[in-house]
Write a protein that binds this ligand. Structure first.
Ligand code: URA
Length: 444
């Protein structure tokens, strides 16, 4: 390991055998954290080329179990987001796609830091469980076309160990390491189609569009080389997605979206990702046809019905889908009023996410308990006009004092100016795998 660290420190290329040896040894506990930390830091400075990134990803994928979904007929799809604020896309996308006949087999995570997680949102339904064993996971996909489970202990265990190490050694933010971490889990989860939502902007890992594009290209290239139909959509995180931020109010917004009343920016993301899946599954010839299919399955109520079936199949109380007033509400509703008049230029998503976390809606550590009922509803979004003393947002708090304390942070997240900003759009770019097998670029 000493020689490998030295080699990478000098900027030389690691071979496939060396990378596999290192990952296997680390998972078995034969390579200590301090040597792996040095390697991660060397990678941060020297980068990995495309071949090394692929070798790292495949070694991490092979470090544990890989799901075999081949007994389920047809092409199975999976979706992953790099993490955002107000991102409840999976709750709508999965039933939409499943109601159109494409099975969705998804592993999801909990929220960490200022970003939310699908598992926490689903747990707003009393009784809902994501702790499915492999048999139940497969059975639900076969019977109703959707299963969403928490990551099992033995799926890409190398990533679990490496991610925890990177988190405390300032080595998270490296393109190849992020790509390897995400794609090793997606490849092990066994779907044929992988669609990635790569966020860019102030609330995202990748603040700059160029970096988001590079990360998306890297992941699409890995997926394609590993034999999966892979595409990425780069979406805006310069403001939270939709109007609701916080677990139960996000679930309510998702159910409204399934009833045809979703916020425009949110529906653009659902539509862009859904269209990619439908095209990769060869169910739609182009975007126009795919978008039409998505609109129709929402309008007919088929997607909402599928969502209720899915909630019930995972032990949740599906009556909440039809009567959202049953979701637990935070006791206090505190309005955040604008101190000036003008157009909303941007809303710092990370600040809104942190405010939600401070209200008790997010966790600082993996094992912290969270309050599913708190959140922030954004009454105004980018491009809207606000008058002085008009509400910018409403804070839902279980503790009045904490809610009052967060008013300032929420107000300061808003930038207000005299002119209406140019509509920069929610979908920034689409990257697909066509022709990527020959890609020959280096990713640092
Ligand atoms: N999400 C992951 O799963 N891994 C990373 O490295 C970054 C985001």
């Amino acid at each position: 390991m000493y020689d490998l660290i030295e080699k990478k420190k000098e900027g030389r290329i690691l071979t496939e055998e060396e990378i596999r040896w290192m990952i296997d040894g680390y998972v078995r506990g034969e390579i200590p954290d301090y040597q792996m930390s040095a390697m991660m830091m060397a990678i941060c400075f020297q980068g990995l080329n495309e071949k090394e990134t692929l070798d790292l990803t495949l070694s991490m994928r092979d470090s544990g179990d890989c799901l075999d979904l081949s007994e389920i007929p047809g092409k199975k799809a999976d979706k992953h987001s790099t993490g955002g604020v107000g991102d409840k896309t999976s709750l709508v996308l999965a039933p939409v796609i499943a109601s159109l006949g494409i099975p969705m087999a998804k592993m999801s995570g909990r929220g960490l830091g200022h970003t939310g997680g699908t598992i926490d949102k689903l747990e707003c339904f009393p009784g809902f469980t994501t702790g499915l064993n492999e048999e139940k996971f497969m059975e639900n996909i076969k019977n109703i076309g959707i299963a969403i489970a928490g990551q099992t202990a033995n799926l890409a265990p190398a990533d679990k160990k490496l991610y925890a190490l990177r988190d405390v050694t300032a080595t998270v933010n490296q393109m190849s390491l992020i790509a390897g971490s995400i794609m090793s889990k997606k490849l092990a989860a066994g779907s044929d189609i992988i669609v990635l939502d790569v966020k860019t902007g102030s609330g995202a890992f990748m603040k700059r569009l160029e970096d988001a594009k590079k990360l998306a290209e890297t992941m699409v290239s890995i997926g394609t080389m590993a034999g999966k139909k892979t595409a990425a959509v780069i979406t805006d995180m310069d403001q939270p997605l939709g109007n609701a931020v916080g677990n139960s109010i996000e679930v309510i917004e998702a159910i409204e979206a399934l009833s045809g009343k979703g916020p425009a920016d949110f529906m653009q993301v659902v539509s862009a990702l859904g269209s990619k899946i439908l095209m990769l599954a060869e169910r739609a010839a182009d975007e126009a046809e795919a978008e039409d299919m998505i609109c129709r399955c929402i309008k007919s109520g088929a997607a909402k019905k599928k969502f209720a079936e899915f909630v019930e199949a995972q032990g949740g109380d599906a009556s909440y889908v039809w009567d959202t007033d049953q979701f637990k509400k935070a006791e206090y509703k505190i309005e955040v009023l604008s101190e000036k008049e003008g157009f909303i230029q941007k809303i710092d998503a990370a600040s809104i996410g942190r405010a939600c976390m401070a209200l008790g809606g997010g966790r600082e550590r993996k094992d912290s308990a969270i309050d599913l009922s708190v959140g922030i509803y954004l009454c105004k979004k980018r491009g809207d006009f606000v008058k002085k003393k008009e509400p910018l947002a409403v804070i839902y708090a279980s503790d009045r004092e904490r809610g009052e304390e967060e008013k300032e942070r929420v107000r300061n997240a808003y930038t207000i100016g005299a002119v209406c900003p140019d509509e920069s759009g929610t979908i920034k770019a689409v990257i697909d795998g066509i022709g990527m097998n020959n890609a020959n670029s280096f990713y640092i």
